[in-house]
Design a protein around this ligand. Structure first.
Ligand SMILES: Nc1ncnc2c1ncn2[C@@H]1O[C@H](COP(=O)(O)OP(=O)(O)OP(=O)(O)O)[C@@H](O)[C@H]1O
Ligand SMILES: [Mg+2]
Length: 271
């Protein structure tokens, strides 16, 4: 059974793209076949995975707006072993307006994903734009599960109420939508702010677990410069290890001795 997981947060720069890329790589390392879908007109994931945006024949823009285009026609290979990609293109920015005239415009991605050969992939991972727009709504309607990457910063908490209001509304269209949890990213191991913020997050949103934290590391940007994942670029780095833990969490659920549940300053965040 294919699992569809979107990395979603309308706030910019929370490591949605970095996490989609690295979790895809980590799941592939575990022998899973992964399709990553880039639904951000910035096409960051597309470039990071090694595709050349300018030479693409088709992108998710065509997928959403042309009834004759199927997802299988859009998929390309990537630099990451075991990971395929449905690439984005800057044209996707225009889809917002063009979808206005389309019947059931919020269900277009959902319909298109249904034509995917379900046996071909264990996971479909979706990278989202930093927005709550019609593309985002398409993602929330199409996905089964959500991971919310979040930076330990006070402003990050302030946008969450709006995000959960949107999720609640979407449940009318996608009743099975499940929030897997928050993924703390760019976590400075010994930052008091990060520790406090995670505690606040756990208190305010106690229904949703925290996934293993991703440490702040320049290696994740370096790997993107090399157009690959940090798991392939620096397999033994703490950030690669953390993304492997996230993949294990996704597959197996929280470990019994979940360090982040019993949060201990400096220890719990020391990944
Ligand atoms: N663990 C990390 N440590 C340090 N920097 C990181 C880490 N993860 C991501 N970054 C950097 O943070 C910035 C934002 O990351 P990314 O592009 O993945 O976020 P995003 O949520 O996809 O952004 P957008 O909202 O613009 O799509 C990038 O410069 C990226 O290299
Ligand atoms: Mg992004």
């Amino acid at each position: 059974m294919t699992r569809t997981i979107a990395f979603f947060n309308q706030k910019g720069g929370t490591a949605k793209t970095t996490s989609t890329l690295n979790v895809a790589s980590a799941l592939a390392e575990r022998g899973k076949k992964v399709l990553a879908i880039d639904l951000d007109p910035q096409a960051s994931l597309t470039m990071a995975a090694g595709a050349d945006v300018e030479s693409l024949d088709l992108s998710v823009y065509d997928l959403l707006l042309d009834d004759d285009v199927t997802i299988n026609q859009v998929i390309v290979g990537t630099n990451l072993a075991g990971v395929d990609l449905a690439p984005s293109h800057p044209d996707l920015a225009a889809a917002e307006l063009e979808l206005l005239n389309v019947l059931e415009r919020e269900r277009q991605l959902d319909y298109r994903l249904r034509s995917l050969d379900l046996g071909a992939y264990d996971y479909v991972l979706i990278d989202s734009p930093p927005a709550l727009n019609i593309i985002s709504v398409n993602i929330l309607v199409a996905t089964q599960e959500l991971i919310i990457p979040i930076e330990p910063h006070p402003l990050s908490l302030m946008v969450l109420d709006r995000l959960f209001m949107t999720i609640d509304k979407i449940r009318r269209l996608n009743p099975g939508l499940q929030v897997l949890g928050f993924l703390p990213t760019k976590v400075h191991a010994n930052s008091r702010l990060a520790i406090d913020m995670m505690a606040t997050l756990r208190e305010a949103f106690s229904d949703y677990p925290l996934l293993p934290a991703i440490p702040l590391s320049v290696k994740s940007a370096e790997s993107i410069a090399g157009r690959t994942s940090v798991l392939e670029y620096m397999p033994r780095s703490p950030v690669a290890t953390a993304y492997r833990q996230v993949a294990a969490w996704i597959e197996e659920g929280p470990p019994a001795d979940d360090m982040l549940i019993a949060i201990q300053p400096s220890e719990a965040l020391h990944v």
